[in-house]
Design a protein around this ligand. Structure first.
Ligand code: ADP
Ligand code: MG
Length: 439
C-alpha cells in the first residue's frame, strides 16, 4: 500500500501562506505514530506552539480524510525527549476518560478580565463559586463564540476544587457520549452515581442538546436530582434557553429557574485590557500602538484576538525582529484576505440555515415568509462582509434578479444591527461560526 502522505493533505486543506511559512516545516514521525497518536517534529518552539494552537484540529481532520482515524496530535521539538507511547496513550485516556475533570488550570477568575460586557456573568459565577447551590441555581451563562463562557465556567470549577468540592466539568457532548457508552455497557449505575453525586455540575455548550431526546430525558433526571439536593448546576450556551430549538419545554423552563446571565462583545477598553493580560501571560511584549491596532481591528471574538497574538509573536521570532505596527498590520491584512478567500457562499447558507432553523434550499427559493426573508437578509449581509463577492455575484448566486435588492437588504441589516441588540448578537455569532468553521 502506498504510504499515506499527511503533509500533502494538509497542504490542500490549509492556506498557501500558512503552509509555506510554517506547516511544511513539520516532519511526520511515522515510526513513532499509530492510529492513536500522530507525532510530528518541528525545529522552532514558537512554530510548535503556533501550530498546536491553530492547527491541531485541522491536522486531526486531515488524518480523518486520509484514513478515517482521529489520532491525538503530538507536536514536539526536534530532538526533544519522546514520551513513551504508553505515557501518551495513558495521557490521552486520562483526557478522554469520563472520570477526569478536564479543567484548564489557567482559566481562573484572576486571569479573566472584567468589563461591562461580562460583569454580570462574572459576578454571578463568582457568587455561585462561593455559595454553590444557594444563590442562583441553575446559573445559565450565554453569549457568542469566543467571548469567555468556557473560561468562566472553568473558573468556577477551579475555584470550587480548591474549596474541596467535587466538581464535574463536561461539554454536553461528553455527557452524551458518556451516557451512550453507559447504556451500551449496561453500566448506568456508574454513570448516575457520577453525575448525581457531585457538588457542582458544569455543563458547557448545552445548546447541543437540541434534538437529542434520550439525552434530554436523562439530563432532566440528573438536573432534578441535583437541584433537589441543592447541588449547583451551571450551564453555558450560545443562546437563551427559549431560543434552543428542539429542547423540551420542561428543560427550557428549568434552565430559567435560576439566573440567566449574558456575555456581550467587549468594548474597546475591555479588549485592550484583555490583550494586555494575554500578552503578559504569554510573555509577549507589545507596544501601545500595536495593542490599539489589534483592539480596533478585531471586533468580535477574544479567541480570534488570541490567535493573532500568537501569530504575530511567532512571526516576529522567526524574522528575529521586534513586534511593531507594520508587522501587525501586514499580518492582519493577510489574515483578513485569507479569511475572505476561504469562505464560500454555500458555507454561509449552510451555517445560517442551521442556526436559524430553516432549510438551506429555502434561502435560494422565492419564499417570502418573515423567517425566510430574515435568513436571506442575514446571508446577504454576511456574504458581503465575509467574502470578496460583488453584489451582482451574490444576487446571481441567490437566484435574485437584480442587485438593487441586495443593497437594500444590506442597508436594512445595518439598520437592524444599530437598533436591535438581539439581531446584532445573532450576526456576531454567525460570523464567528463561519470564520472559525464551526459547523
Ligand atoms: P467561549 O466558551 O465563549 O466560546 P472561551 O471561554 O473559550 O469562549 O474564550 C476564548 C478565549 O478568550 C479563551 O482563551 C479565554 O481565556 C479568552 N477570554 C475570553 N474572555 C476573556 C476575558 N474577559 N478575560 C480574559 N480572557 C478571556
Ligand atoms: Mg466554549
Amino acid at each position: 500500500m502506498a504510504q499515506p502522505d499527511i503533509l500533502s493533505i494538509l497542504k490542500q486543506e490549509t492556506t498557501a501562506t500558512d503552509y509555506d511559512r510554517f506547516l511544511k516545516q513539520l516532519s511526520y514521525k511515522k515510526n513513532m505514530s499509530d492510529e492513536n497518536i500522530a507525532v510530528f517534529e518541528v525545529q522552532n518552539k514558537y512554530i510548535a506552539s503556533w501550530i498546536k494552537t491553530k492547527y491541531t484540529n485541522t491536522i486531526q481532520h486531515c488524518f480523518e480524510l486520509l484514513n478515517g482515524s482521529k489520532p491525538k496530535i503530538e507536536i514536539k521539538l526536534t530532538g526533544e525527549k519522546q514520551k513513551s507511547k504508553k505515557e501518551l496513550i495513558s495521557e490521552q485516556e486520562k483526557n478522554s476518560s469520563s472520570e477526569s475533570t478536564m479543567l484548564n488550570p489557567s482559566y481562573t477568575f484572576d486571569s479573566f478580565v472584567l468589563g461591562p460586557s461580562n460583569q454580570m456573568a462574572y459576578n454571578a459565577s463568582l457568587a455561585v463559586s462561593k455559595k454553590p447551590g444557594i444563590l442562583y441555581n441553575p446559573l445559565f451563562i450565554y453569549g457568542g463564540t469566543g467571548l469567555g463562557k468556557t473560561h468562566l465556567l472553568q473558573s468556577i470549577g477551579n475555584y470550587a476544587i480548591e474549596q474541596g468540592k467535587t466538581v464535574i466539568y463536561v461539554t454536553i457532548e461528553q455527557f452524551m457520549n458518556d451516557f451512550t457508552f453507559s447504556i451500551k455497557n449496561k453500566n448506568m449505575e456508574h454513570f448516575r452515581t457520577k453525575y448525581r453525586k457531585c457538588d457542582i455540575l458544569l455543563i458547557d455548550d448545552i445548546q447541543f442538546l437540541s434534538g437529542k431526546e434520550q439525552t434530554q430525558e436523562e439530563f432532566f433526571h440528573t438536573f432534578n436530582e441535583l437541584h433537589n439536593a441543592k447541588k449547583q448546576i451551571v450551564m453555558t450556551s450560545d443562546r437563551l434557553p427559549s431560543q434552543i430549538a428542539g429542547l423540551v419545554d420542561r428543560l427550557k423552563s428549568r434552565f430559567e429557574w435560576g439566573l440567566t446571565a449574558d456575555i456581550q462583545i467587549p468594548g474597546l477598553e475591555t479588549k485592550i485590557a484583555i490583550i494586555e493580560k494575554k500578552s503578559e501571560l504569554n510573555g509577549i511584549v507589545l507596544t501601545r500602538d500595536v495593542i490599539n491596532y489589534i483592539a480596533t481591528n478585531l471586533d468580535s471574538s477574544i479567541r480570534e484576538i488570541e490567535g493573532v497574538l500568537i501569530r504575530i509573536n511567532a512571526s516576529a521570532n522567526l524574522l528575529n525582529q521586534e513586534i511593531n505596527l507594520e508587522l501587525a498590520q501586514s499580518l492582519l491584512k493577510e489574515q483578513i484576505k485569507e479569511q475572505k478567500e476561504n469562505i464560500k457562499l454555500p458555507d454561509i447558507i449552510t451555517v445560517v440555515a442551521s442556526e436559524l432553523n430553516i432549510k438551506p434550499s429555502d434561502i435560494k427559493s422565492k419564499k417570502r415568509t418573515a423567517t425566510v426573508a430574515n435568513a436571506r437578509r442575514v446571508v446577504i449581509y454576511l456574504a458581503r462582509e465575509l467574502t470578496h463577492n460583488s453584489m451582482p455575484d451574490i444576487a446571481k448566486f441567490l437566484g435574485m434578479k437584480d442587485h438593487s435588492s441586495i443593497s437594500h437588504n444590506i442597508k436594512k441589516a445595518n439598520e437592524l444591527i444599530e437598533k436591535d441588540e438581539n439581531f446584532k448578537l445573532i450576526i456576531e455569532n454567525l460570523k464567528n461560526k463561519i470564520i472559525n468553521k464551526e459547523w
